[in-house]
Ligand binder design. Structure first.
Ligand code: SF4
Length: 352
């Protein structure tokens, strides 16, 4: 499918820094590092730093600077800053924040513009399509080679095995296309931060880089501290994945089948009773005590094959979209729990 040409405004260039048009525009301005010392240059550096700060604070900056040139140029300058800082986690976090920002903007665009942007920037093969599969209405198909590298990391439902693929074409909605762009932008940002930094830079610029670096070190130090320093109650020893699932269950969220299995099997293996677990699931919107009891008893090995199940390993939790943490030295949620009980601390960090 050919995308229809779309006229891009300067605001579009500011919103979508990965566009070829934006890059050409940046090149045409010919900004150098030396230019960053003058008044406008300082504005650009400040905004570039602000972009990185938003990422450190896990905020998605959706506003645009009044001066669109400053906005446009702040993106490549932020990448140069990251090349100076050379911290993989910060780069990843920044990439995530920029990816989410792009998705936010895309969600408010006409379909024609979204298609133009993605097909021109990433050369994805997309064609029109129309099919309803369950509750989903798919208006497009994307060729699997262009789909697989951009599947969101923690979302099991995006896996190609869970999609009704036909002859290599994956059905997608326009919102899913926008979400794939988020991943593509992340990869784009990360790839642009790989090369070494320039050998020198103006003093003011270096000062700003050092300022951001200090802020990041402080944020990282807090992040890497164990969230639970002391185990007062058994729940304090839960790994973050299980704590999140428990909170969601108690808040009455509709957990997926694998999430319920993971939580129930974990709780059973640390000694909770079937009745206690049923109470936790009681808030679920589709709760039915007879079904919940049957399922929990099955997991406990009281029915059917009489096998008592253990929760998924960390690797599987991740591929099912149930884990977005990295727990140091841990391969299984139960191992986290036992380590916490024994040592009182396990370090973990949330992945960007
Ligand atoms: S790494 Fe393992 S224990 Fe830690 S949150 Fe993820 S699944 Fe849970």
């Amino acid at each position: 499918m050919e995308s229809k040409p779309v006229l891009l405004s300067k605001e579009d260039l500011a919103k979508y820094p990965f566009l070829r048009e934006t890059q050409e525009y940046v090149r045409s301005i010919g900004l150098t590092l030396e230019d960053l010392s003058d008044e406008v240059g300082c504005e650009i550096v400040d905004l570039a730093a602000e972009r990185i700060r938003s990422a450190i604070g896990r905020r998605v900056r959706i506003e645009l600077a009044r001066d669109l040139d400053v906005e446009i140029l702040s993106f490549p300058v932020s990448l140069v800053m990251l090349r100076f800082i050379r911290d993989k986690l910060l780069t990843r976090r920044y990439a995530t924040s920029e990816g989410k920002r792009v998705t936010y903007f895309l969600r408010n665009e006409e379909e024609e513009k979204i298609l133009y942007i993605v097909m021109r920037s990433f050369n994805w093969r997309i064609r029109r399509y129309s099919e309803r599969v369950g509750p989903f209405v798919y208006d497009y198909q994307i060729y699997f080679v262009d789909y697989v590298p951009y599947v969101p990391e923690y979302r099991g439902m995006w896996k190609i095995v869970n999609k009704p693929v036909k002859d290599g074409w994956v059905p997608v909605t326009i919102h899913e296309i926008s979400r794939l762009v988020e991943e593509a932008v992340k990869k784009y940002v990360e790839s642009r931060c790989l090369s070494p930094p320039p050998s020198s830079a103006p003093e003011l610029f270096v000062e700003k880089v050092n300022e951001i670096k200090r802020e990041w070190e402080e944020a990282k130090a807090k992040m890497e501290l164990p969230r639970v320093a002391k185990v007062d109650r058994p729940e304090d020893a839960f790994p973050p994945c299980m704590r999140a699932l428990l909170e969601e269950a108690l808040a009455g969220k509709n957990l997926s089948h694998s999430a319920r299995f993971a939580l129930a099997s974990f709780l059973l293996n640390i000694g909770k009773t079937v009745d206690e677990i049923i109470e936790i699931f009681r808030a679920a919107p589709d709760f039915r005590e007879d079904i919940a009891r049957y399922q929990v008893e099955h997991i406990a090995g009281l029915r059917g094959s009489k096998t008592k199940y253990t929760p998924f390993k960390c690797e599987n939790m991740r591929s099912l979209g149930l884990c977005r943490w990295k727990c140091r030295g841990v391969k299984h949620p139960l191992q986290f729990y036992r380590l916490m009980l024994r040592k009182g601390r396990v370090e973990y960090e949330e992945l960007a």
